[in-house]
Design a protein around this ligand. Sequence first.
Ligand code: AMP
Length: 299
Amino acid sequence: MAKTIIIGSIGLDDVKTPFGDMKAILGGSAVYASYASSFFTNVGIVSIAGEDFPEEYKNLLTNKNIDMSGIEFKGKTFRWSGEYEYDMNEAKTLNTELNSITEFSANLPESYKNAEYILLGNIDPELQLKVIEQLSQPKLIAMDTMNFWIESKKEHLIEVIKKVDLLLINDGEARLLFETVNLLDAGNKALNLGPKYVIIKKGEHGALLFTQTTHFSAPGYPLEVLKDPTGCGDSFAGGLIGWLAKTDDISEPNLRKAIIYGSTIASFNAEDFSLERQKTLNMEEINKRFQEFEKMREF
Ligand code: AMP
């Protein structure tokens, strides 16, 4: 049984940054998030990929013990292309081809229905809703999204936000969704829709946690090597839910730790393209960087 399940995209990305121009590399929100989560917990993916999805990429996931029984293989794989300039906080989307995602049924395998920790990663909010409806005993449902869905399916997105415990969203998207320049205002508007926790991600500048009564600000990690931030938001979310599932503790102090574990894995993810850095990452490195984060906050 997968204790944690993650719905999201599986993609082939074309990514251009000042440090390289890569074609058809492994990407997708479910891929980054499940890989990050697998450092802490058993995780199952809910997604669709095409018949063109390379065997080598499947092996990468199965070698990490990621449960692939919730993945359908049909048609053509989702494609995304994006570009970053020297400010690597915001990707400029050049093209999105949903391909087989438009045919995805999001029916959960029986063994996924009693999952306790659920991440509704960035994908069509109608599919996120469908997953919620099939769950029998969720302990924590977290969700993420992006501007593509805010602009195309805002009403469905709001419906999902009303049903989750934790909303993850980046700063630009929070401003867009809640029509405000002020992040505190956006956080409060999000909390008023129902989630107990709202996390606003600020790229390399860290993340903010809002609850009805408290705030927490996580720092960004000053990276010496930064090649490609694609998937950092998903890796943050995956690391966070993985830590919560491993510890089975959704109290606010533990959520703060989960935010730092998520930030730790996201920071490693930016050191190289696709999953190249996460592929060689180990727990010793994760714990060492976690401790550096702790030291950064002492004053
Ligand atoms: P992030 O950099 O964490 O925001 O996520 C990057 C990943 O999101 C890329 O690997 C893309 O394949 C994937 N992605 C881009 N656009 C979408 C979309 N509209 N729906 C789902 N996934 C997407």
